[in-house]
Design a protein around this ligand. Structure first.
Ligand code: SF4
Length: 298
């Protein structure tokens, strides 16, 4: 049995084994697509289009497909994408390759690392990983957002993959866009809201946009590889225990941490002591793709 291990599945396992089981072993998905997920996809699509040399209008058209049906998200995307193009109008796109798919073996038991990398750049005679991020957190110089990125699982997974593909990466270029806190005012049209957001981006570029370069540390990468291998072995051990456990879910421990449970898609049944199985799918859920992000970058 081959199991694709993505940065999302690693993060899920570390946050809560039970949530990992529902999402990646059972393939359980909420029927409603999270708005934040669609917005992230939309912004990434616009950035990919910019890397291909498309105009702002063309990039926006590529992005807007992912928020179709949500006019407010489309207006927000428009304000931000126009703001981004204006902010970096004098800078050429850095990527020499974009949307790079990868998959390679990890340890034993049929696990394979998998994912899609935003971009690869050539900088100062070496390679750099290019990573676009959207966030609701502050991205000013003093923000601890940047400190947390250093041990970011996704980035380590991508640096490791690029090395496997023959591109030893020396640096990571973070290109971060902050999602706006402003919303349409009462009686304001979405067109006016989008224009106001664009003006706000122009007035406060450092609030919305930041790029940073960070060197890759081989110790960080080695620590990540060890942790990833250990997670794979724990997944294999849990699967083995399932055969003798009271229920299939029981070897996968619940984290029961308020901060994690609050934002968990499975809390509607899990926090009420209910378990999902292949034959008993809770209302509002369906069994879908284990790793939809491998088809469409988020
Ligand atoms: S509700 Fe909490 S314990 Fe249950 S799956 Fe989600 S994160 Fe885990």
């Amino acid at each position: 049995m081959i199991t694709k291990i993505t940065s999302s599945s690693l993060n899920k396992f570390l946050a809560c084994q039970r949530a990992y089981f529902y999402r990646y072993e059972l393939g359980l998905m909420p029927v409603e697509t999270a708005e934040a997920l669609s917005f992230g996809k939309a912004f990434h699509a616009a950035m990919e289009a910019r890397n291909k040399g498309m105009t702002c209008e063309e990039a926006l058209a590529d992005g807007i497909i992912h928020v179709a049906g949500n006019e407010q998200s489309a207006a927000t995307l428009s304000g931000l994408v126009y703001g981004y193009f204006a902010r970096y109008k004098d800078d050429q796109p850095l990527a020499i390759k974009s949307e790079i798919n990868f998959t390679h073996k990890i340890g034993k038991y049929g696990f394979r690392a998998a994912g899609v990398i935003d971009g690869l750049a050539e900088l100062n005679g070496g390679y750099a990983l290019l990573e676009y991020k959207t966030t609701s957190q502050a991205i000013d110089t003093d923000s601890d957002y940047w400190v947390r990125l250093r041990s970011n699982i996704q980035l380590n997974q991508y640096v490791d993959a690029l090395e496997t593909l023959g591109y030893p990466v020396r640096e990571i270029v973070y290109d971060v866009t902050r999602k706006p806190a402003i919303r349409p005012k009462q009686n304001e049209t979405l067109e006016d809201y989008s224009a106001r957001l664009f003006e706000d981006c122009a007035a406060r570029p450092d609030f919305y946009f930041a790029q940073r370069r960070v060197s890759v540390l081989s110790d960080d990468l080695e620590r990540f590889r060890t942790s990833r291998r250990e997670i794979c072995y724990q997944i294999a051990a849990n699967r083995k225990r399932q055969k003798r456990a009271a229920t299939k879910a029981s070897p996968w421990l619940c984290c029961n941490q308020q901060i994690t449970c609050n934002s968990c898609e499975f809390k509607v049944f899990c926090l009420h002591g209910m378990e999902a199985t292949e034959s008993e799918i809770p209302t509002g859920f369906y069994v879908g793709e284990r790793n939809p992000e491998l088809k469409q970058k988020i």
